[in-house]
Design a protein around this ligand. Structure first.
Ligand code: ADP
Length: 482
């Protein structure tokens, strides 16, 4: 369908116009050639008439007396008899009724005229008439008649008739050449146009077929490497990239489902085990009874946190309203540090944080900002070994404020560093988690107009920096939803 429609559009929008221009150019060429050829014949006759008229004027300058008139008539007759271009023109003298009085060939046949030229000469302002017609012998001729400007006896007009055979032949050569050139130009336009349109339509057809296969779920399909380095080539590469990204997302999604199921099953197994154990204990003061309840409590918290994280993530994906306000990043970071400090100590780690004395104003949603800190601390704790330290550092420039969480943990492999912000991605060092913590951080921070930078060295630790713009009045309308 696409093929026919693009070709149709090309025919309508381009070829038709080019053909019209070509036809117009041919018409103008043919019209001017016609005028030049046949006008040339007429001009040749006219120049002979004016030579004869000039000679006639010199005859008997004494005025229009009867004598002068007669001598002009005789002079004209002599001119006709001695006309030396008899082979090209038939020269005639006509009386006032158009009757032939004398001819250069001597034959007094009236056949060489249809009379139209004489009638036109009588009626036209310049006293000249022209007629093109076919004689009784089937020869096309041109007759030009002009009224004699001076009284010349009974001679009223001069007529010259010439054959158009040569000119007609020339004209038909022009006609054939121009039609031939026109047809050739049309074929060339058609060929080059079709070649060009096909060079677009064919790869587009392939793109369409491949995109359809991808849409049906065949994510392994790819477009062949195209030789074009233009929009088509770029489109093919984009489609291939899209298929690759889709396949990667699909793979990550499957991994995500299996890791989330695993994450959910571990606490559930523990809870189920302890429930079974508690069922057999009748004494609420029993050591195991209380330990069991404590474990069930912790595991339930873990499940709750995980489900919350998943819900948050799905809400973020669907776009949620942000309740932004002017916040002090220092106060928010201090709150988050106090919130996680106990857990950090519990894991055998220490927190190093120096609270800056001045407030760092930002325009943000406090709950989302807290989530950012919680996720960063959670990762720092998860990937650190006991004895290590976690550093929270706040810095600011004229336009930005940055909160960096650094740990001395296992670090991220360089090849994974670019991908850890992708949703569902878990690097090879991953212990537990769903691979969405950093994706959520990145999404929130970008929605607040900031950015997340991660630097890491394997075995030495990781630094995740969150940079936000400093609040300035007028920023309120920004980042209301993500
Ligand atoms: P998760 O919820 O699984 O922790 P994240 O999106 O938070 O997922 O992190 C993605 C991956 O990045 C993790 O699986 C882990 O491999 C790596 N990662 C994140 N933070 C750290 C860190 N502080 N140290 C080492 N690796 C980290």
């Amino acid at each position: 369908m696409a093929r026919s429609s693009i070709i149709q559009r090309w025919v309508r929008g381009s070829l038709l116009i080019m053909v019209l221009v070509l036809v117009a150019a041919e018409a103008i060429f043919l019209y001017t050639s016609y005028r030049d050829l046949y006008g040339g014949v007429q001009r040749a006759i006219e120049s002979r008439f004016s030579t004869i008229a000039g000679r006639l004027q010199a005859t008997g300058t004494a005025g229009d007396s009867l004598e002068t008139s007669e001598s002009r008539g005789q002079a004209l007759r002599r001119t006709v008899e001695q006309f030396d271009e008899k082979d090209k023109f038939e020269f005639m003298l006509l009386d006032a009724r158009g009757v032939v009085l004398s001819t250069s060939s001597g034959t007094m046949s009236q056949e060489l005229s249809n009379g139209a030229d004489f009638v036109e000469a009588l009626t036209s302002a310049d006293g000249e008439g022209r007629a093109i017609f076919t004689t009784g012998q089937g020869e096309r001729v041109m007759a030009v008649t002009t009224l004699v400007p001076y009284a010349a006896g009974n001679i009223a007009a001069m007529r010259m008739v010439t054959s158009l055979t040569q000119v007609d032949r020339q004209w038909s050569r022009y006609l054939m050449a121009s039609v031939g050139i026109g047809a050739l130009a049309f074929l060339l336009m058609l060929w080059s146009g079709l070649f060009f349109v096909r060079s677009i339509v064919r790869p587009l057809g392939e793109v369409e077929a491949t995109a359809t296969r991808i849409a049906r779920g065949d994510l392994a399909t790819r477009l062949p490497d195209t030789k074009y380095n233009d929009e088509i080539g770029r489109l093919c590469r984009t489609i291939n990239q899209m298929a690759e990204d889709l396949a990667e997302t699909d793979r990550l999604k499957n991994e995500f489902i299996s890791s989330v199921s695993h994450e959910l099953r571990t606490p559930l197994t523990s809870i189920k085990g302890w429930v079974e154990t508690i069922k057999t204990i009748n004494d609420p003061d029993d050591e195991n009874y209380r330990r069991g309840l404590a474990v069930i409590g912790t595991e339930t918290d873990r499940l709750y946190t995980m489900v919350e994280e998943l819900l948050d993530f799905s809400r973020l994906q669907n776009g949620i309203q942000m309740q932004c306000q002017v916040l002090d990043l220092v106060a928010e970071a201090t709150d988050a540090a106090l919130f996680v400090e106990a857990r950090i100590r519990q894991e055998g780690l220490s927190l190093v944080y120096e609270e800056p004395p001045d407030p760092y104003p930002v325009w943000a949603d406090p709950a989302r900002l807290r989530q950012v800190f919680v996720n960063l601390f959670d990762n720092a704790i998860k990937y650190s070994s006991p004895g290590g330290a976690i550093f929270l550092t706040l810095t600011r420039t004229a336009d930005t404020v940055t909160a960096a969480v650094r740990d001395q943990g296992c670090g991220i492999a360089p090849e994974d560093l670019d991908k850890v912000k992708q949703k569902f991605f878990k690097a090879r060092n991953a212990v537990r988690g769903s691979g969405i913590g950093l994706a959520v951080v990145d999404e929130i921070v970008r929605a607040l107009g900031g950015q997340v930078d991660i630097t890491s060295a394997l075995g030495q630790g990781t630094t995740v920096s969150v940079t936000l713009p400093v609040y300035h009045p007028g920023q309120e309308h920004l980042h209301e939803t993500i």
